[in-house]
Design a protein around this ligand. Structure first.
Ligand SMILES: [Fe+2]
Length: 250
């Protein structure tokens, strides 16, 4: 019996964007040193307590040295401007109507995995955001790497075995990237991701950020500035000028 060839159409795909931008590595890595140093100092108490509880010196095994927020910090503006502009462009290309929206970086940290190995990120998504990303400062084929999981809960709950889990196919449940310093990965924030357990053969450090699109008129109104949708329109506001009692009298 002959085999029909059915027309195939793809919908609801999840893009992951990648670019190699090595020109920022030296400066951002240097700027990050202080933040990582402070993060390591902050973890010392936890390490001491853990050693007291379990005995021996476990060092920083299993930890991720996670900085305070980098938002608004000196030296990170050019990078932040780039990711915000790129986020707007990517969401625009995806088909979102963003004319009245502005992109804000709502979270940004630098983190370095444990010197004693075992650093990792469990599977997670970033809520209340639209685009997320990583910029790698220290990484190699010997370090941890990012893994993305299928965001479709229905597929995950009722999945089937794959013929070859190492091939990227419509049946794939995960994809991963081997990364090097200067790699920038951006993805929609609904995409679950994790970082494989690191063996500490070499240092692994990266900046992680989340961006949110916010209706600009809400922001302008909040700060008393002219709304962009007021420029060609005249709005009458009877309700604002009358009290509840006035309205009830009518
Ligand atoms: Fe994350």
């Amino acid at each position: 019996m002959s085999k029909d060839k059915l027309t195939e159409s793809w919908y609801f795909a999840s893009p992951i964007y990648f670019i190699h931008k090595p020109e920022w590595v030296t400066d951002l890595d240097k700027l990050s040193n202080t933040y990582i140093k402070l993060a390591k100092e902050k973890n010392k108490n936890f390490i001491d307590e853990r050693n007291k509880s379990w005995g021996g010196d476990k060092k920083d095994h299993g930890l991720v040295h996670h900085s305070t927020s980098l938002i608004g910090r000196p030296g990170f503006k050019k990078f932040t401007d780039y990711i915000e502009a790129t986020t707007w462009n990517l969401l625009d290309e995806q088909g979102y109507a963003l004319n009245n929206y502005k992109i804000f970086t709502t979270e940004m940290w630098v983190q370095e995995f444990a010197e004693a190995g075992g650093g990792h990120h469990a599977l997670h998504t970033h809520y209340n955001g639209h685009m997320s990303g990583f910029y790698f400062l220290k990484a190699s084929e010997k370090t941890s790497l990012p893994i993305f999981d299928d965001p479709r809960a229905g597929k995950v709950m009722n999945d089937l075995p794959q013929k070859d889990p190492n091939s990227i196919t419509p049946a794939s449940a995960q994809v991963n990237y081997t990364v090097r310093p200067g790699d920038l990965i951006i993805f929609n924030s609904y995409l679950p991701h994790q970082f494989r357990v690191d063996d500490a053969y070499e240092p692994f450090r990266f900046i992680h950020f989340n961006c949110r699109a916010i209706p600009i008129n809400d922001v302008l109104s909040k700060y008393g500035e002219k709304r962009t949708d007021d420029r060609n329109e005249k709005f009458e506001s009877h309700l604002d000028e009358k009290t509840t009692d006035d309205r009830n009298k009518k």
